[in-house]
Ligand binder design. Structure first.
Ligand code: PMP
Length: 286
């Protein structure tokens, strides 16, 4: 999307005019956190959850919010308006800022850098939702605080690139023999007995905002849920598999490491959860 209006530290600028210092710690150390909120019909989906997680990520890293959360939401809405965004997402990033040199310890009196930009993208009619995606598994080489949503994303980039080179859509990450999550989404299987299985919350995975909403919906649908570890071998034998995130909502997984899942078509639980999540998201977006 050329010619976007983006936000940088109090200013709305043309995308090619927004510039950040080479000493910014986001650039030098990956010392920054981010959030992505989905936009449908020009409205923010589940944004309160994203704001709460943003605050938590900042707290864990002792980064002070540059503006209050309510002001961030005003900026998100203003950017949607300025870019006439109907469907897609808003990316927001807060870095610790620039102390004018490179030094590991947190500098005192540094002003955080706040960046937001819109991304137009088809969410409701995504082909992956109807066809399903193929994934490979690969070793989870990320750090041990995956609950903090930092921009230090080289490991997921490497996992995704490995998937691209194998001509599949994504990678599921494995640690100590168990799936942690997808490269940029939470991972689920549905057993042959119809039990929805996903890894419990801990520092090993990102606490997905979509995951939370989906588990609440699944409970209302009387779907049996087990938050527990599962292996790739268990996933190969599952009736269904799928992922969730703000940018996919729910995407079925129809192949893992070359093993066809179920009958190779998106499963009923994934389809149902996608449908009712979109219904809820459309109704509650603001
Ligand atoms: N896990 C990882 C590693 C992610 O990057 C994401 C998306 N940012 C998620 C899970 C899904 O989180 P959410 O539903 O809040 O988008």
């Amino acid at each position: 999307m050329m010619g976007r209006i983006v936000y940088l530290d109090g200013q709305y600028l043309k995308e090619d005019e927004a510039k950040v210092s080479i000493f910014d710690r986001g650039f030098l150390f990956g010392d920054a956190v981010y959030e992505v909120t989905a936009v449908i019909n020009g409205k923010l989906v589940d944004n309160e959850g994203h704001m709460i997680r943003l605050q938590r990520s900042c707290n864990e890293l002792q980064i002070a919010l540059p503006v209050p959360l309510a002001e961030i939401t005003n900026i998100q809405k203003e950017l949607i308006k300025k870019n006439a965004l109907n469907e897609g997402g808003i990316y927001l990033q807060i870095s610790r800022g620039s102390a004018g040199d490179r030094d590991f310890g947190y500098p005192a009196d540094v002003k955080p850098t706040l960046v937001l930009f819109t991304q137009a993208r088809e969410l409701l009619n995504s082909p992956k939702a109807t066809k399903g995606m193929k994934v490979i598994t690969t070793e989870d080489i990320r750090w041990k605080r995956r609950d903090i949503k930092t921009v230090g994303l080289l490991a997921p980039c490497m996992a995704k690139q490995a998937a691209i080179e194998k001509q599949v859509d994504d990678a599921w990450l494995i640690e100590d023999g168990y799936i942690t999550e997808g490269s940029s989404n939470n991972a689920y299987i549905v057993t042959q007995d119809g039990v929805l299985v996903t890894r419990p919350l801990s520092n090993d995975i990102l606490h997905g905002i979509t995951r939370k909403a989906l588990l609440e919906l699944a409970e209302k649908e009387a779907i049996k849920i087990e938050e527990r570890l599962f292996t790739a071998e268990e996933a190969y034998q599952a009736a269904e598999a799928f992922v969730s995130s703000a940018t996919t909502f729910v995407w079925p997984v129809v192949e893992i490491d070359g093993h066809t899942i179920g009958d190779g078509k998106p499963g009923n639980v994934a389809k149902k959860l996608r449908e009712i999540y979109i219904e809820l998201a459309t109704k509650t977006a603001e």
